[in-house]
Design a protein around this ligand. Structure first.
Ligand SMILES: Nc1ncnc2c1ncn2[C@@H]1O[C@H](COP(=O)(O)OP(=O)(O)O)[C@@H](O)[C@H]1O
Ligand SMILES: [Mg+2]
Length: 279
């Protein structure tokens, strides 16, 4: 049975799991068009949540709404236990600093070098001496597996995979707790995408990140995501493990997870990675 929203969080070793993001009854629309209708979603600390749905269903809209880049018509969003609507400006900034974002489009500023791109959030939120910012940028560059000489390169001099890594380094610039990644492996070849997935999983483990990853990539879902949420019919239709997806009775979910592409990935007796709770 899928872990549907609005149920109590899963108990793990007697501990209630820490919800780092909760969206309740969130409605977002543009003019007469309603994109998200009373959507509910929970993300637990330390997990990699894969967020999927057909193209144009509102995955990016939800991410932008959660980040307050789009207005919502109704609903409540709590991040790291705090409701943005109840915070003053300094408190909002402090909360923003705990979030890292890799957008679907415009991953990097083309007029800035990799190092300068990584330093954008530092300049926005912190007042650090240049030498320290340089040191931090180099640290992030190493962290995402780029060579040191990438620091002074411009995005046009980088491969697609290197751009994604540099954008990830920028998302990690302020040591966030919760990272939002919008289709980070789109446009990468399968090997580049698999390496990026591995990087995400390693960073989650070493930095204790929580990751919200919008993805179309079935390989990512099977290999690194602890849980999956499917957006459909303007809300989160189902949340849970791969097994929950395979068992969920909806034509899109069935076609997506059991279709031609999926068949080569889903193991016969579904020995896929389970949710972080081990359930
Ligand atoms: N700023 C906007 N103004 C009007 N419509 C928008 C805007 N942003 C997104 N939409 C519409 O919202 C729907 C969901 O878009 P999006 O979240 O980008 O889909 P996806 O799931 O592919 O990320 C689409 O129909 C899109 O055209
Ligand atoms: Mg999108």
């Amino acid at each position: 049975m899928a872990n549907r929203v609005n149920e109590q969080p899963i108990e793990s070793e007697g501990q209630r799991r820490d919800v780092v993001l909760s969206a309740r009854d969130v409605t977002v629309g543009f003019g007469p068009k309603v994109v998200l209708d009373n959507l509910n979603l929970d993300i637990y600390r330390g997990e990699i949540l894969g967020f999927v749905g057909a193209s144009g269903t509102g995955k990016s809209v939800l991410m932008r709404t959660v980040l307050r880049l789009l207005p919502r018509r109704s609903g409540t969003i709590k991040i790291l236990g705090q409701n943005f609507d109840e915070l003053d400006e300094p408190q909002r900034n402090a909360l923003d600093m705990r979030l890292g974002v890799l957008f679907q489009q415009g991953a990097l500023f083309s007029s800035l070098t990799v190092k300068e791109n990584i330093q954008v959030p530092m300049r926005e939120y912190l007042d650090l001496p240049r030498s320290l910012m340089d040191e931090l940028a180099h640290l992030k560059i190493r962290m995402v597996g780029l060579a040191a000489d990438a620091a002074d390169k411009y995005p046009s001099e980088l491969s697609g995979g290197m751009i994604k890594r540099a954008a990830l380094a920028r998302a990690l610039a302020l040591d966030p707790e919760l990272v939002f990644l919008d289709e980070p492996t789109s446009g990468l070849d399968p090997i580049g995408a698999a390496e990026f997935d591995e990087l995400i999983a390693n960073l989650r483990d070493s930095l204790g990140l929580t990751v919200y990853m919008v993805t179309h990539d079935l390989d990512s879902l099977f290999s690194v995501c602890d849980r999956i949420a499917v957006l459909g019919k303007k809300r989160v239709m189902v949340e849970g493990t791969i097994d929950d997806m395979l068992a969920y009775d909806d034509p899109w979910v069935q076609a997506y997870f059991k279709g031609k592409r999926a068949r080569s990935i889903v193991p016969q007796d579904s020995g896929v990675r389970r949710g972080v709770s081990g359930k």
